[in-house]
Write a protein that binds this ligand. Structure first.
Ligand SMILES: NC(=O)c1ccc[n+]([C@@H]2O[C@H](COP(=O)([O-])OP(=O)(O)OC[C@H]3O[C@@H](n4cnc5c(N)ncnc54)[C@H](OP(=O)(O)O)[C@@H]3O)[C@@H](O)[C@H]2O)c1
Length: 302
């Protein structure tokens, strides 16, 4: 059974506060830890939970420890806290990349009598509802109670409408390169392309119908998010490095088609994209969704 004392390392951050609120709502005793006291104290007061600055004190009595800090610091911190945790407790991270962390957790799990899991919430701290949001789960292993403890946690998530998808580190990082790395990259490049073309967004918006407006809103929402994390997701993931090579080849091909006024080549590449997207569940209603989003934007403007 899941114990009730939960400590969140990185508790003053976006996701730390999300999980603090979430577990408090489910009756857990939540303690937040981070390094800077001011922000931590404010977060704890806002959520109505405890906070702690001493790492050892924060984890030694916890039944569950969630590590919610930047990807590059997670492995080191996990190695530091694992020996301090009590027997049969549960340790899990929520990082956006899994290859390295999975190996570290496996080593830790063999060394200490604790339960280890790695999850990746496929959403940011701003979500308004939990229904149908995906949590990717990588089981590591642990004590004799491992399955029972993990099932309890997963059942809790499922009871709030989260969709749980079990995966492996290799598959996880390959998919994330495409589902996070690629859209992030396109939107960062979109804004930088316009900037380099020397036109302001407000001026361009005066010449805008629908497609540009929606794309611009999407890019603007992306560019205001966690810069460091977005960088890590692309830079630290070897799978993304392969994707960017593919993208370079594609751009070269595309440029060749355009510069050579090759309409047949253009139709070919367009049709290949079309045929690929036809297999998708959202395909048939995508135009309808597009106009629903547009309606929101146009009504807001008036
Ligand atoms: N944001 C998202 O959309 C999202 C979605 C899914 C998964 N994730 C994952 O969630 C994790 C946290 O992301 P976030 O967006 O919540 O980050 P964040 O807002 O930047 O928060 C990071 C938190 O970690 C603390 N921290 C940083 N280094 C620390 C250390 N060495 N020891 C203790 N505390 C430390 C920070 O406070 P101090 O600096 O004061 O210590 C802060 O509380 C990342 O691994 C990310 O990949 C994020």
């Amino acid at each position: 059974m899941l114990g009730k004392n939960i400590t969140i390392i990185g508790g003053s951050g976006g996701m730390g506060q999300f999980f603090g609120r979430y577990f408090k709502r489910h009756g857990f005793n939540v303690t937040l830890l981070a390094r800077r006291e001011n922000k931590l104290k404010t977060a704890a007061e806002n959520l109505g939970v405890n906070y702690e600055l001493d790492l050892k004190k924060s984890v030694e009595n916890a039944d569950i420890v969630i590590v919610s800090i930047p990807i590059k610091s997670t492995s080191e911190l996990i190695q530091k806290i694992a020996p301090l945790m009590k027997n049969n407790s549960l340790l899990f991270d929520i990082t956006s990349l899994k290859q390295e962390i999975y190996m570290i957790l496996r080593e830790i799990q063999k060394k200490y009598p604790i339960n280890c899991l790695s999850i990746h919430p496929m959403f940011g701290p701003g979500i308004k509802t939990t229904k149908n949001y995906v949590i990717l789960v990588l089981k590591i292993g642990g004590t004799e109670q491992y399955e029972e403890i993990i099932d309890d946690l997963i059942s809790l998530f499922r009871s709030d409408g989260f969709i749980i998808t079990e995966t492996t580190p290799d598959i996880h990082d390959s998919k994330i390169a495409l589902t996070l790395g690629v859209p992030h990259m396109f939107n960062i490049l979109f804004l930088n392309l316009l900037r380099r073309a020397n036109d302001s967004l407000s001026e361009l918006t005066r010449y805008t119908g629908t497609t540009f407006l929606l794309q611009k809103i999407f890019a603007e929402s992306i560019i205001q998010r966690e810069m460091e994390m977005f960088g890590e997701i692309q830079i630290e993931n070897d799978k993304f490095h392969k994707v960017i090579d593919l993208f370079e080849d594609l751009i070269k091909e595309y440029k060749f088609i355009i510069k050579n006024k090759d309409l047949i080549g253009f139709k070919k590449i367009f049709t290949e994209g079309l045929e690929y997207s036809k297999e998708d569940n959202h395909f048939n209603d995508s135009y309808k969704y597009f106009y629903e989003f547009m309606k929101i934007l146009k009504e807001k403007k008036e």
